[in-house]
Design a protein around this ligand. Structure first.
Ligand SMILES: [Zn+2]
Ligand SMILES: [Zn+2]
Length: 88
């Protein structure tokens, strides 16, 4: 029914994995470029699989630019640099 939904199967028992956490940010918040993963878990054997959440676009709340979830907004980082130099 939902053609967008990907079905991942458990490598152990072949059951359909459930998406537990979408674009979970791995690592510390101090890292500028955090690695995002989708966390899937098997409801039968509790096997957990991580999939890189690449290619997923998020909309920047500041400037509205769409950019990959795992990268910071190019427009905003550029503005930050400019503000630091020429701001105030
Ligand atoms: Zn399983
Ligand atoms: Zn932005």
């Amino acid at each position: 029914m939902d053609s967008v939904t990907e079905i991942k199967c458990c490598p152990r028992c072949g059951s359909e994995l459930e998406l537990k956490e979408k674009s979970y940010a791995m690592g510390s918040a101090l890292f500028a470029n955090r690695f995002h993963v989708n966390i899937y878990a098997c409801p039968k054997c509790n096997h957990v699989e991580l999939f890189a959440a690449e290619g997923e676009l998020v909309t920047c709340p500041v400037c509205g630019t769409k950019h990959p979830a795992r990268e910071k907004c190019a427009i905003c980082s550029l503005n930050t640099v400019l503000d630091g130099k020429y701001g105030r």
